[in-house]
Design a protein around this ligand. Sequence first.
Ligand code: BLG
Length: 486
Amino acid sequence: MFSQSDFRPRCARWLIATGLFLMLGACVDKPNTLERVKEDGVLRVVTRNSPATYFQDRNGETGFEYELVKRFAEDLGVDLKIETADNLDELFDQIQKPGGPVLAAAGLIDTEQRKKQARFSHSYLDVTPQVIYRNGQSRPTDPSDLVGKRITVLKGSSHAEQMAALKAQNPAIEYEESDAVEVVDLLRMVDDGQTDITLVDSNELAMNQVYFPNVRVAFDLGEGKGQRWAVALGEDNSLLNEINAYLDKVNKNGTLQRLKDRYYGHVDVLGYVGAYTFAQHLQERLPKYEKHFQASAKKEQVDWRLLAAIGYQESLWQPGVTSKTGVRGLMMLTQNTAQAMGVSNRLDARQSIQGGAKYFAYVKDQLDDTIAEPDRTWFALASYNIGSGHLEDARKLAENEGLNPNKWLDVKKMLPRLSQKKWYSKTRYGYARGGEPVHFVANIRRYYDILTWATQPQLEGSQVAESNLHVPGVNKTKPAEENPPL
Ligand code: BLG
């Protein structure tokens, strides 16, 4: 038995304990989605394995969606776990599954159908759906021209919904939906005539035009639309609110724009005509020299695609060219360089490539040990083009300005000064056409990225016979010009 004086404190303790337990229980039982992600320490995201979303490149995981979502996970202070869905239906199924990924980041448009399946974030990328046809065929200019054409679109895509709407208005239009392909496959099918028409978003075409010389835009189908991330329909608002705040932030602080430039900037730099031309040269010229690039790359321990990119910048892979300044051949060697590298005939493609590769490895080796990769590669390219003396001058100018002489982003700002008397009169090696290496390096980086993307060893379906070149498939890499630190 206990006395009354015993009872009160005990009872109070019991009540407090029960209250605490219930409060704790409420917290433990019902964390919101955002709290759950933070408790787990992992943000699980489902995406598609495609050039515009997520893929492996020479440095590992990459892709526009991947980069964007990775930064979001970093902001949340959690790890990122990427899962891929084989097709769009599966992607939407995944986010509905209890215990599955909480977010889909895959270049999604919030169509009417899809709003019944998921909730969508603010938009982070404006795209326009485009009707694509093969150059040489008559160009369709409006939906009525699509009657009688073989049309293929991705199953479950916003484009499939658009085709269904067109067919409702004009039943004579026939189209096929495929879930066995990716967007790049659709472009390839148009390019080689397996189908007449496809629909893709403008960003997908921008990324892939450099591989498909025959694909052209027939017309834009409807208004521009925003790509968005999706969360499950039944989720509370916590994660979606956080996503929207993050997307607004990266929009304002310039991060989003830098990502767009990096992933979708190809066409801006090459121009559409440049993009077709590059695609043509990739198929017609590179295969003739690829084995020479590979052999020299092996000997000099350089990536062969970087050598090929130098060769494209120098001569568009033409062994017989001579510049105004008398520099010659596929790798544009000066007389002095050719002699030093043991090249007897600069117009011989194999010799030119060997000499260029050897010279590139040499100038790279000569660089100051304090210059680390990847900048070291960009400095070596600049040195190949303008000579090590002038490059040193630009590094000194950078140092004098309080910039970092080991960072390409800083030194490239100084190089153009070498052509202004005010600046070059104070340098050791004097005047140089300092703007040239800046374009030289930027272009080569662009070509290098395109080539890396086009030469994934695991890809099937090469368009270039007996070659390592592939028109991109699903495991593709990034385009990039400056790879700015984001
Ligand atoms: C480079 C040499 C460098 C040389 C610099 O010129 O040629 N590189 C090669 O031969 C591979 O060795 O440096 S130096 O030895 O320290 O002087 C500076 O003279 C070649 C450059 C020149 C450039 N293309 C490879 O990038 C060129 O031809 N520019 C003129 C183009 S045009 O005539 O205006 O169209």
